[in-house]
Each structure stands twice: as structure tokens, then as C-alpha cells.
Design a binder for this molecule. Structure first.
Ligand code: NDP
Ligand code: 8X3
Length: 252
């Protein structure tokens, strides 16, 4: 039996790149996201390369859907070795008094509550089997705050805390928990954050070479491929031009 990896938010960006990386290393994959068309495209291209793929289209914010889809997996897909909690987003970037509460709800419901719903269902099976690895995609925004990052940073600080707490709860079952905290990665992230404003989205990556989704995927694979007695707990990475959550050296 090949190892099974479940990746949330695998229709784009970091999740898609992790799917491709783990597929290249022979894993069977459960891929989730809300966009069925994208899921089908990615799953088909991986199947063409010989990987077994299960596509599940649902919104991680919907607890019932999470439990229905992930709590009733076909028997051959139930023994999940690695869970990558990647689905997430930033919505808006404004000072706190100008923020849109609907954006706050979206970020809190996706980045925190969605991650919790998925972890609870998949974690139960890992506990029963006394093995597994949970990889949470946090952010540098979960290590340091920056101007107008308020609620997004709050959700990623929560991911940082939840990752550490999950490790404490599950260590006795032999389950690894790794948090990967990237700085700026060029994906659909900024188009989503700035609600389709291409100028603002492009400006986020202008004048320097940011991280790419494949860089995060390589690091995720590095964490996943350590021997059983080694757990990489917490990895923060940035592109070389980025020093922390605020300082990026851009060309003039
Ligand atoms: P993308 O926008 O490219 O991808 C986000 C993925 O999350 C998509 O597959 C999307 O799928 C999925 N997603 C979003 N909301 C939901 C939802 N409610 N239910 C299910 N899936 C959802 O962004 P990234 O790849 O950059 O982001 C991935 C993760 O990495 C996020 O957690 C983000 O916070 C984090 N991150 C990103 C950084 C960056 O600079 N890009 C840096 C640090 C961390 P669909 O739309 O099909 O549902
Ligand atoms: C995404 C990176 O710096 O925009 O988590 O918050 S940042």
C-alpha cells in the first residue's frame, strides 16, 4: 500500500504544488477544494502520471460537509498517513476600524475553524492507528504582525498555537505535527486578498523574487520524509529578499 496524503485547498497555489510533489514521490492523494473543475483538472493530470487520486469538493467552513466527506471515506482511503491543512486565505488588508466583518468571518471560519474541523475528523483515525503526520500551513503572519494584517495575522497566530497544542495532545500517539510558516509566496493569494484587483496583487510581488509554491512543497516533502523518530516542529521560511513580516528589499 502506498502512503495516503490528504491536502485541503489543493486546487491552486501551495496545496496544488504539494499535491504534485507528493504525487512525484508516489503518494496516493486525497485532494479537496471548492472548485470542482480545478480539482478534476489536477486529479486527471496526476492520474495520467499513474497516481491514485480521490477528489472531494467541499468548503472547509461547513462542519457538516467536512464530517460527511471526511468521516465517510471509502475504506481504501481511510488510512491517511499525512494531513496537510493548507486551505486558507486573507480577505482584505485594512486598518482594524475599516475592516469588513464579513472578511473577518471568512478568514476566521476558513483558517481556524476549517482547519479544526478537518483535524478533528482525520486526527481520530490517526489516534486509532497510533501514527500519522499533520502538516499545518501557517504563515510568517502567525509569527509577527504587520500593519493592516490584524485579523489575518490573528488567524495565523491561532494556527501557530493550535499546531503546538495539537503536538502536545497527539505526541503520546506517535503523531507528528509540523507547522510550515512561509513569507511571501506568489500564488492566487494576493488576487484573493485584494478581491481581483490585479494591480494590487501584482504589486505584492514586484521588485524581488518571492517564494514560489514549489518551494513550500519541497519543504513540506522534506518534513514528511524524515525518519520516524524525527519531527520537524516548526519551519519559517522566506525568500532571500524578505527578512521578516515587514522588511522586503525591492529593486528601485
Ligand atoms: P491560493 O489562493 O493560491 O490557494 C488557496 C487554496 O485554498 C485554494 O486551493 C482554495 O481552493 C483553498 N480554499 C480557500 N478557501 C477554502 C474553503 N473555504 N474551503 C476549501 N478550500 C478553500 O493561496 P496559497 O496557495 O498561497 O495559500 C495556501 C495557504 O498558504 C493558505 O493557508 C495561506 O494562508 C497560506 N500562506 C500563503 C502565503 C502566500 O504568500 N501566498 C504565505 C504564507 C501562508 P478553492 O478556491 O477551490 O476552494
Ligand atoms: C501570507 C504572507 O506576509 O502576506 O501569509 O501575510 S503575508
Amino acid at each position: 500500500m502506498k502512503p495516503i496524503t490528504l491536502i485541503t485547498g489543493a486546487t491552486a497555489g501551495i496545496g496544488k504544488a504539494i499535491a504534485e510533489e507528493f504525487a512525484a514521490h508516489g503518494h496516493d492523494l486525497i485532494l479537496t477544494g471548492r472548485r470542482q473543475e480545478k480539482l478534476t483538472q489536477i486529479a486527471s493530470s496526476l492520474r495520467e502520471k499513474g497516481n491514485r487520486v480521490l477528489e472531494l469538493c467541499f468548503d472547509v467552513r461547513n462542519r457538516e460537509d467536512v464530517e460527511t466527506h471526511l468521516g465517510n471515506l471509502p475504506p481504501e482511503w481511510q488510512k491517511i498517513d499525512i494531513l496537510v491543512n493548507n486551505a486558507g486565505l486573507a480577505a482584505g488588508r485594512e486598518p482594524i476600524h475599516e475592516g469588513d466583518p464579513d472578511d473577518w468571518d471568512t478568514m476566521i471560519d476558513t483558517n481556524i475553524k476549517g482547519l479544526l474541523y478537518v483535524t478533528r475528523v482525520i486526527g481520530r483515525g490517526m489516534v486509532e492507528r497510533q501514527s500519522g503526520h499533520i502538516i499545518n500551513i501557517g504563515s510568517i503572519a502567525g509569527k509577527e504582525i504587520y500593519p493592516d494584517g490584524n485579523v489575518y495575522c490573528g488567524t495565523k497566530f491561532a494556527v501557530d498555537a493550535i499546531s503546538r497544542a495539537t503536538r502536545i495532545d497527539l505526541v503520546k500517539f506517535g503523531i507528528k505535527v509540523t507547522a510550515i510558516n512561509p513569507g511571501m509566496v506568489e500564488t492566487e493569494f494576493s488576487m484573493v486578498r485584494f478581491k481581483g484587483n490585479e494591480d494590487k496583487a501584482k504589486a505584492a510581488y514586484r521588485g524581488y523574487t518571492p517564494l514560489y509554491a514549489e518551494d513550500i512543497a519541497r519543504v513540506a516533502w522534506f518534513a514528511a520524509s524524515q525518519p520516524p523518530h524525527v519531527c520537524l516542529n516548526d519551519i519559517t521560511l522566506t525568500c532571500t529578499r524578505q527578512a521578516d513580516a515587514r522588511i522586503i528589499i525591492r529593486d528601485e
